[in-house]
Design a protein around this ligand. Structure first.
Ligand SMILES: Nc1ncnc2c1ncn2[C@@H]1O[C@H](COP(=O)(O)OP(=O)(O)OP(=O)(O)O)[C@@H](O)[C@H]1O
Ligand SMILES: [Mg+2]
Length: 302
């Protein structure tokens, strides 16, 4: 658990922190008793299955929701964010998976999205498109992407490159905390690897990165600390040296629960008989495999 997690000589104090946060939707208790810290120059991973409360948590961190209980601190000061704009003013930038970029808009337009540089004054003020293009090219080049034509549409980029554009934009506009909601969930192994590389780069720049994912094989190689959410509760908070990728997978899958379910299904398949039995047995086998570690998972993304 994270009770004494500070032991690992982190020089800086947390950029953001939540203490004992709860969130309700009517009678649904989406989050309860959530405490976590995000440090500069670290990747903080939030893991959890569907419905665990990951998006609700990042919506609190990005100012979309106010917590119903608990505290939210930025640079050690308690805050009550009125909305996403205020979060951005504090340097908290969120990259949403699907809304990150606009496919039918040019690269440079996407990069600036209404914050384009201008030249001239008063009635003569106009967009400095030349500058916008060169800034965008330069920033993407820093991330290792060589854009030939800044006028090309974002739709022509790969999924990984689109995420990179959104990350580069957030960094350029001064983000100190970068929240990425499942940036790799729709991507293949290679593209996921590209995004993971940018996550590491953002950490190297001293950003506090929050990486939401349900894939321990993506989280482990880049993460410094791991928080596991389950049905709105924090099940674990561990630092990298305290856990292995297998341990993380087992925690995610709820090893004991799955083993039990697998055994139940094995028993059931004996009762069912016929073609149905094979199907049930197959599911049971898959579950058992999941618990004992994936046989040939493609975790070689780098
Ligand atoms: N606006 C809302 N109104 C009512 N209930 C909500 C709302 N948003 C989330 N919930 C509920 O809160 C719980 C947590 O949802 P949340 O979207 O945070 O999960 P998640 O971990 O992001 O899941 P996923 O991996 O599927 O994105 C769910 O039970 C969900 O139904
Ligand atoms: Mg979600």
């Amino acid at each position: 658990m994270n009770a004494n997690g500070e032991a690992a000589a982190v020089a800086d104090s947390p950029l953001i922190e939540v203490r004992d946060v709860a969130k309700y939707f009517g009678s649904v208790n989406a989050l309860q008793g959530i405490s976590l810290k995000v440090y500069p120059g670290e990747v903080t991973c939030v893991l959890g299955d569907n419905g665990a409360g990951k998006s609700t948590l990042i919506k609190i961190l990005s100012g979309v929701f106010q917590p119903d209980e608990g505290e939210f601190l930025i640079d050690g000061q308690p805050v009550a964010l009125a909305g996403p704009r205020e979060a951005r003013e504090h340097g908290i930038a969120t990259v949403f998976q699907d809304l990150a970029t606009i496919p039918l808009m040019s690269l440079w337009r996407n990069f600036f999205l209404g914050q384009e540089p201008t030249r001239g004054r008063g009635p003569l003020r106009r967009l400095d498109t030349g500058k916008a293009r060169s800034v965008m090219r330069g920033e993407l080049l820093k991330m290792g992407i060589d854009v030939r034509d800044p006028n090309q549409n974002v739709g022509t980029l790969s999924g990984g490159e689109r995420q990179a554009l959104a990350i580069a934009r957030a960094v350029y506009f001064g983000a100190r905390v970068l929240i990425l909601d499942e940036p790799t969930s729709a991507l293949g192994v290679r593209q996921s690897g590209i995004v993971l590389k940018y996550i590491v780069q953002a950490r190297e720049l001293g950003k506090g990165v929050i990486f939401i994912t349900h894939n321990p094989h993506h989280a482990y190689p880049v993460g410094d600390r791991f928080y596991l959410l389950k049905r709105g509760r924090l099940m674990a908070g561990v630092e990298k040296h305290e856990v292995t990728v297998e341990g993380l997978t087992e925690m995610m899958a709820g090893g004991a629960e799955l083993r039990e379910l697998s055994q139940e299904l094995m028993g059931l398949s004996a009762d069912v008989g016929g073609a149905g039995a094979a199907t049930v047995a197959e599911v049971a086998r898959e579950l058992a495999e999941e618990v004992s570690g994936p046989a040939a998972e493609s975790s070689d993304a780098s």
